[in-house]
Design a protein around this ligand. Structure first.
Ligand code: ZN
Ligand code: ZN
Length: 364
């Protein structure tokens, strides 16, 4: 990432402002995506101590070389567990009121933090502090998400060219993952959801040995990870010639998705976008079949704030990257979902996903 040093510094500045507001001396960052966001470190074992005097990354000897290459922070290599070393360091700096990520620290890790407290020092649980900062993406981040979206769509198109009756969901998932890695993704951003026939009524179906059959809906929800940044897309295919029920469901979901996309602009609350999709489906008599939120933020994680759901009052702002993905699910019949990744702009949104939203008809 060009200009990476200043990018990480500029990400840590709002953390320091949030610490001052909460009267905290320092923040202990435990979540791997937050560690990556604030320091660049991508290893599996890292913790950050962020305070106005600096930021230190604690990791173990396996990551000594990597950490030096990836981060602009000072690196401390701990020979044992990270938290005792971190707490000893914090004590040396006379940092007293320490915030920690309550949702990301195990009970065992919490005990290590607590044991490391010096006299008059305390631990304060915080939640969402870094995640809220992460909601608005920098230009460099948006560029990576856009790359991730593009190669995800390319991999999807290549994989779907090979989809045919008799192929199992496993095989189609393997095809997608193979194509995606060839195109430059390091991994899928989540386990592909590939569900044929009645299984498409399971919103988070895992691929199985189930084979694609005649006159079936096929739901494909896939995402790639590019330099850590996620993409997320759902498209529908039909094996054969769709009947009126499939067409009606598809049309209703498409209209709901377009209505929600239309509602995305800076200044609106996430729940308003959700409502736009829900109203269309309710009018079509499918309100009860829409069992999840309209979308979610995505970035270094596949699901991150804001949640585009019924009661999320987050005000959308330019630079947020979210998905818009209404769906309907009918037990015993199947499900339909259409999902794009979009970025909120100054006046509306830009749809990053280039793939056609027409129901893909696969020849039987
Ligand atoms: Zn998805
Ligand atoms: Zn999604």
């Amino acid at each position: 990432m060009p200009g990476a040093l200043s990018e990480f510094e500029s990400r840590r500045r709002p953390v320091l402002e949030a610490l001052a507001q909460r009267k905290l001396d320092a923040l202990i960052v435990a979540s791997a995506p937050n560690v990556r966001y604030l320091s660049g470190f991508t290893g599996s074992n890292g913790a950050l101590l962020v305070w106005p005097g600096g930021t230190v990354l604690f990791t173990d000897p396996r990551y000594e070389i990597q950490a030096a290459q990836e981060t602009d922070c000072r690196v401390k290599v701990a020979r044992g567990a990270l938290y005792p070393a971190l707490m000893k360091f914090a004590a040396g700096k006379k940092l007293k009121n320490l915030g920690f990520e309550a949702g990301r620290v195990s009970y065992e890790a919490y005990e290590q933090l607590r044991i490391g407290l010096t006299l008059n020092a305390s631990l304060t649980p915080v939640s969402g502090l870094v995640e809220i900062i992460r909601m608005v993406k920098s230009e460099a981040e948006i560029a990576l998400i856009e790359q991730s979206v593009r190669l995800n769509s390319q991999a999807y198109e290549k994989a779907m060219r090979r989809a045919r009756p008799g192929m199992s969901e496993f095989e189609l998932a393997a095809e997608f993952e193979y194509q995606m890695r060839r195109l430059g993704a390091e991994k899928p951003s989540f386990e592909p959801v590939i569900a044929a026939g009645p299984r498409s009524a399971l919103p988070h179906a895992r691929p199985t040995s189930n084979r694609l059959g005649k006159n079936q809906l096929l739901l494909v929800d896939v995402g790639a990870s590019r330099e850590g940044y996620a993409s997320d897309m759902t498209r529908m295919a039909f094996l054969g010639k769709p009947g009126p029920k499939v067409k009606r469901l598809y049309q209703a979901v498409l209209e709901a998705q377009l209505a929600a996309l239309d509602a995305v602009r800076p200044g609106v609350r996430a729940e308003q976008v959700d409502r736009a999709a829900r109203q269309v489906l309710r009018a079509a008599g499918l309100g009860a079949a829409f069992v999840h939120s309209t979308g979610h933020g995505l970035g270094l994680e596949i699901h991150e704030p804001p949640r585009i759901g019924k009661r999320d009052r987050t005000v959308l702002a330019a630079g947020m990257t979210i998905t818009v993905e209404p769906g309907v699910y009918l037990e015993g019949f199947g499900g339909v979902r259409i999902e794009d990744t979009v970025v909120v702009t100054g006046s509306g949104c830009r749809i990053l996903t280039p793939t056609s939203k027409e129901l893909l008809l696969l020849p039987f």
